[in-house]
Design a protein around this ligand. Structure first.
Ligand code: AMP
Length: 393
């Protein structure tokens, strides 16, 4: 019997959904309800390769969206065995996925102080889905749990230690389900047990992070207390001089929230290029000579290369450097430019293999003489959540 799992990812104004075969990772159904709470709320989905779109009612919210999703799922005839919910913040409590109960719901709510937009929306999604599917096991998969293996030297900030002990201020890391998937897949490609596989994985999408994984365990990662630290991202700035937010607040006469918005939504590739957060647009325009686009790509790759090289000290038995995410899987230019910084480490990328690895086609892109392998591996976060949820069915 097929082990089909509903995977839900509830955001503040959207619900992403899929039915995933927990054994193969194949999505028979996938879709998104968007603009929830607005007049143009809609739902689009792909069922067995065929696309459909429908309007949801005026100001439809999560409940209406989940009702519509439930109807679509009912029409497929699939009998799901569990529901996996993506939850952003699991604090220090959740080292793996958890069967949802009152205790788990309270913890997700408690961690909302650290990820207010995400965790409250995740919680709403779980509670609404529990009403729609009261007889199925609901399982929460956390973005943070994969990083709970990090040592203190990687997760404690150089701040007064009370801030960690009393307020939980530390590096948590995010994109854990993707890095876990990349680890498992790369172990398969290398034909090694996961527990003996050591990689540096770069998840490059709208959000970006690099993780250091030694012998199957995360030992460091670039996203921090929130998903703002580290790499240059689509609209997020990544690392900054920590005095800058205060300085900008005074200089620009803005509130802390407005500065937070500037760092999260107006910075990164978009901010530098003053053009777009979309890597494809930037690549096209850079080719035509747009200086902002060229600079954004240059800074993006340089920061990424610095992080990867920094993590070489964290991963002494490094097997491979792996690229994933919309940019990592598709942009041969970003990979080539980034890996160009590693020639003096003896790590080299094959131009042709690099060009060919895109649109879901992964594989090894390093040359046969490279001292470390470099791979492109398409990620499948929903599969991780589905597989974890299926274990509770
Ligand atoms: P994600 O968040 O993983 O969906 O990734 C979104 C990012 O991937 C956006 O910046 C896109 O511009 C980028 N992306 C998708 N396809 C390509 C492509 N063919 N070349 C370059 N970047 C791409």
């Amino acid at each position: 019997m097929k082990k089909e799992v509903i995977v839900l990812n509830c955001g503040s104004s959207s619900v992403k959904f899929a039915i995933i075969d927990a054994d193969t990772g194949v999505a028979g159904l996938s879709g998104i309800a968007e603009s929830l709470g607005n007049s143009d709320a809609s739902l689009s989905y792909k069922l067995n390769g065929e696309k459909s779109k429908q309007r949801l009612g005026e100001k439809a919210g999560h409940t209406e969206a989940l009702n519509a999703i439930q109807e679509i799922i009912a029409k497929t005839g699939v009998k799901p065995i569990a529901i996996g919910h993506r939850v952003v913040h699991g604090g220090e409590k959740f080292k793996q996925a958890a069967l949802v109960n009152e205790d788990v719901l309270s913890a997700i709510e408690a961690y909302a102080s650290m990820a207010p937009l995400h965790n409250m929306a995740n919680l709403k999604g779980i509670v609404t889905a529990q009403m729609a599917y009261p007889d199925l096991p609901h399982v929460a998969g956390f973005d943070t749990s994969f990083f709970q293996s990090m040592p203190q030297k990687a997760f404690i900030y150089a701040l007064p230690i009370e801030l960690y002990k009393e307020h939980g201020i530390r590096r948590y890391g995010f994109h854990g389900t993707s890095h876990k998937f990349i680890l498992d897949s790369t172990a398969g490609l290398l034909n090694k047990p996961v527990s003996q596989t050591s990689i540096i994985s770069a998840h490059l999408g709208n959000g970006c992070s690099v993780s250091a994984i030694e012998q199957g365990e995360a030992v460091d990662t670039s996203l921090g207390f929130t998903p703002l630290e580290g790499l240059v991202m689509g609209t997020r700035c990544g690392d900054l001089d920590p005095s800058l937010p205060g300085t900008l607040q005074k200089k620009l006469g803005k509130t802390a929230d407005e500065i937070n918005d500037l760092l999260n939504k107006q910075s990164g590739l978009l901010g530098i290029s003053a053009l777009s957060n979309d890597c494809r647009t930037l690549e096209d325009e850079a080719l035509k000579g747009h200086e902002g686009a060229q600079l954004a790509i240059e800074i993006f790759c340089y920061r990424l290369a610095k992080y990867i090289s920094g993590y070489m000290v964290s991963v002494p038995s490094l097997d491979a450097i792996v690229f994933t995410g919309g940019i990592g899987e598709n942009s041969s230019l970003i990979r080539e430019t980034t890996m160009g910084y590693f020639k003096h480490f003896g790590i080299t990328v094959d131009e042709q293999k690099n060009l060919e690895a895109r649109f879901g086609k992964g594989g090894e892109i390093s040359t046969s003489s490279s001292t470390t392998s470099v791979f492109v591996v398409p990620t499948n976060e929903e599969w991780v959540i589905a597989a974890e949820a299926a274990e509770f069915a």
